[in-house]
Design a binder for this molecule. Sequence first.
Ligand code: SF4
Length: 331
Amino acid sequence: MGIEPLRDGHGRRISDMRLSVTDRCSFRCRYCMPADGMPWLARDELLSFEEIARLVRLFARLGVSDLRLTGGEPLQRRELPRLAGMLAQIEGIEDLSLTTNGLLLERHAEALVASGVKRFNVSIDSLSPERFHQLTRRDALHRVLRGLEVLAQFPQARPIKINVVALRGFTELEVMPFARFARERPFEVRFIEFMPLDGDRTWTPEQVLTGAEIRDAIATEWPLEPLVREPGATARVYRFADGRGRIGFVNPVSEPFCADCNRIRLTADGRLRTCLFSLGETDLRGPLRAGADDADVEDVIRTAVWHKELKHHVNDPGFVRPARSMSAIGG
Ligand code: SF4
């Protein structure tokens, strides 16, 4: 008899895992991290490559097929292409993807593609060098765009998506340049609503520039046609009516997509988070290092996932934000 795939108590099948491989990052984006960074995890607190591979093998046996490597900034973890190669070999992992700030993409793109990473999301919040610098506290747009060009040379690395965090009072000036970018380049631009996971803990609903507002602004210039949303997808994707490219909107605040959520997250220090906004976590590193066998770890995973939250409560009175910020969860 086959292994029962991982399901939560709401009947949702879990097939997608975001795996944070480090909490460190080379940028200091104002909506994510304080200027001085965060108290970083010590080296021995991080899961080793072998521990990560063992856990991913377990999750794959339980039906996880899509694996996204995140951080902090995943390319800050030394030898990431080697880890990606180990994970791409695991039976059941059908899709390996990466979210990066792009700073080290020029150096690692070829090795990542060769190791089996198929899909890439590159975070770019402005196409103006000055405004990029203002937001990320790094004068690095030119290096990120060079990395993108290098990555685009590998036809097997598709799709390549550009993640743009939408901030009221900043992103309005970026909307049309990014729409033009999506029309002229082989990249799918996605605007992501700002979420209450910033390191400074200053998020307010007023700072959220909604996907609908951005979509309507673009449509005044270039009509858009909605594409069918895949179950579990986070983005609502549109094609330009004249056929020149696609643009997406990830609207967790204004249009939550929790009903068919198929995602879980594993932090760099081995904590299972069943929701981006979980207030609790399940330690998997402890049992691993205490010598637990696979059956025991599987039980811990199944129990945690069974209690996965139905949805987030960002828009509800009394919403409590998680202790961990986005940089230590990994998006
Ligand atoms: S907020 Fe939680 S339940 Fe909702 S889509 Fe994100 S991870 Fe899933």
